[in-house]
Design a protein around this ligand. Structure first.
Ligand code: DHE
Length: 555
């Protein structure tokens, strides 16, 4: 979601624009060469994430010319289908829709909106492929393994560090969990997306939307990037090998474009293998752009769970013999997005958001355990695990399209009747939730709603006591609690994340690029503010990843 002016129009660190080739098809409105280059760049940076590079649609609608372009005589109806045309498209881009399209009138100028309305009536541009040779050419080993420290060279309490995405600056801030001071700011990929932690807890892997993967060594005197590689032109996910005997050995990253995943050496990021994800969807149609959504590493098998968005297929990738790579392909539903483990770490639950379902993979058996129908557009992040007083172990997901949190029973052994069903829908403050969170040591469940159109809702989070989920114990207005003056842009409260010991919850206040953003730290017991982190370098913080919790998948 490109919201709140958060997606900077900075040049991509690795240029993609000039290499685009155009797909065949009937031409739309005329664009000059310069307009076309500008439109391609804007589309790739702001639109492709939801609508797909080939505009076939996923989270966002299909934007191919057969919908967007009026008929040659100017009419807008054909066989019951409404064709959009420039005027209607300008309105949709400017003001958004109830279907989840966000408004761009505070992000793009009027001329840019007009340009994009015309551009998406022309046939999609097809970016180039990205081969092993291309990947190898981008690989930079900044500090070779034998020149890295043999022990931790700083006094940081590594387990308590929070790796914070500074989305608009393409940086990650490493924040000391005790002092709440920024200990390092590390330059990473464009519109940086997530951090994941190696099995040993020493390395942080950070993926940018431009496909740049950065490896941070926390043992250095000042933690810094020790290796870098580009895995694709557009990417969202990364993880490492976590099975015993393979700790820190491999890294894997998932590409949106080209649709493929790349396997690298864990300590150097030296490219090892690229595997394409193109193929048939669960409906039996060929899809040229099946993007890699979430990836998670199993701790009980040498396997990654790789979720392919457009095909609805879940791949269990066995990395024990990389030269003879084995993939188990599990059919589920479309479009796969984000997900997390249940508390036992045997089952992985992933949102199939366009199907309003959660797919459950039994990684022990290597099979689909269930497809659980849920409310509209589930969006769990990694979800939240706790023991429900009535239903036993459950995993929670919020929803973008509904004002509830769904609790799914996860214990087929001892609570068979509740397993893989929504056992309760907890009423949230509104739709537009992105992330839920709890911690084994906490009695609270936290949920945000940053995509809600109402300022009050988007700037707040709700907290429930797990022993009574009938209504929130407290609704915390994070924007007000920050003490910062109100700004024109909504300051979205996003991504609750627990401290290592489960006593604090950190929430990002994601403001406009030129506004002061903050992280508000709450005491989980008293639900009062403990600290507001407002360093001027804290620009558009979004995701936060505590080292210990991320290392062990605690959520
Ligand atoms: Fe994310 C996770 C894709 C927009 C913040 N996001 C993920 C994952 C995917 C994904 C596939 C799962 C990764 C994994 O577990 O391996 N995100 C996408 C998009 O395609 C989308 C919708 C549009 C885009 O153009 O990128 C998108 N995401 C956003 C944002 O706008 C958010 C809110 C702010 C930001 O920083 O970009 C955002 N996404 C996050 C975060 C996670 C994430 C914080 C990790 C959650 C966690 O707790 O693990």
């Amino acid at each position: 979601w490109a919201i709140g002016g958060a997606f900077a129009l900075a040049a991509l660190p690795f240029a993609v624009g000039n290499a685009f080739a155009q797909a065949s098809g009937s031409a739309g409105p005329e664009l000059t060469a310069a307009e076309k280059e500008q439109a391609k760049k804007i589309y790739f940076e702001r639109c492709a994430g939801c609508h797909g590079v080939l505009r076939k649609g996923a989270t966002g609608k299909n934007l191919e010319p057969h919908w967007t372009k009026k008929l040659p005589d100017g009419s807008t109806q054909e066989g019951g289908t409404t064709k959009l045309g420039t005027g209607r498209l300008e309105k949709i881009i400017s003001y958004g829709t109830e279907g989840g399209m966000v408004n761009f009138d505070d992000i793009l100028s009027k001329d840019e909106i007009n340009l994009m309305a015309r551009y998406i009536q022309t046939p999609p541009d097809v970016p180039p492929e990205f081969s092993m040779k291309d990947m190898e050419a981008t690989w930079k080993l900044i500090v070779p393994v034998d020149q890295r420290p043999k022990k931790q060279m700083n006094k940081l309490n590594l387990q308590k560090i929070m790796s914070v995405t500074l989305r608009d600056t393409g940086e990650v801030a490493l924040i000391d969990g005790d002092t709440k001071e920024i200990s390092s700011i590390v330059k990473t990929g464009y519109a940086v997306h997530i951090s994941r932690v190696s099995a040993s807890g020493r390395y942080v892997y950070v993926i940018g939307r431009d496909g740049r993967l950065s490896l941070i060594d926390l043992w250095m005197e000042k933690p810094a990037v020790v290796a870098e590689v580009k895995v694709a032109y557009d990417a969202r996910s990364v993880d490492t090998s976590k099975f015993k005997g393979f700790e820190d050995k491999y890294a894997i990253a998932g590409g949106y474009w080209p649709p493929q995943y790349a396997i690298m050496d864990g300590a150097t990021l030296k490219p090892i293998k690229i595997v394409s994800t193109r193929g048939m969807t669960v409906d039996g149609e060929y899809h040229p752009e099946p993007r890699v959504a979430s990836i998670v590493a199993s701790m009980t098998k040498p396997e990654w769970v790789v979720n392919i968005k457009e095909t609805g297929q879940i791949k269990l990738v066995d990395y024990s013999d990389i030269n003879n790579l084995k993939e188990t392909t599990i059919e589920s539903a479309k479009f796969l997005h984000d997900g997390g483990w249940d508390a036992s770490k045997r089952y992985f639950l992933v949102a199939a958001n366009a199907s309003n379902k959660v797919a459950v993979v039994d990684t022990k058996e290597g099979k689909l355990a269930a497809l659980v129908p849920t409310a509209k557009i589930p969006h769990p992040g990694r979800g939240a695990n706790f023991v429900h007083p009535q239903f036993g172990p459950v995993w929670a997901t919020g929803h973008l399209g509904a004002d509830v949190i769904s609790l799914i029973g996860t214990d087929p052994a001892k609570h068979k009747a509740n397993a893989w069903k929504v056992v309760q829908e907890v009423k949230n403050t509104g739709s537009g939730n992105l992330f839920v969170k709890t911690h084994p040591k906490s009695k609270h469940l936290w949920a945000d709603a940053p995509q809600n159109p109402e300022r009050e809702v988007a700037e707040s989070v709700a907290v429930w006591n797990i022993s009574d989920l009938s209504k929130p114990t407290k609704i915390l207005n994070v924007a007000k609690d920050s003490g910062l003056p109100e700004t024109k842009a909504i300051r979205r409260a996003v991504h609750p994340e627990y401290s290592a010991d489960g006593t604090e919850v950190w929430i990002s206040l994601w403001g406009g690029k030129t506004d002061q953003s903050a992280i508000v730290v709450y005491d989980d017991k008293t639900l009062t503010v403990k600290k507001v982190i407002t360093d001027p370098k804290m620009i558009t913080p979004t995701g936060k990843f505590n080292i210990l919790n991320t290392q062990h998948d605690v959520y």
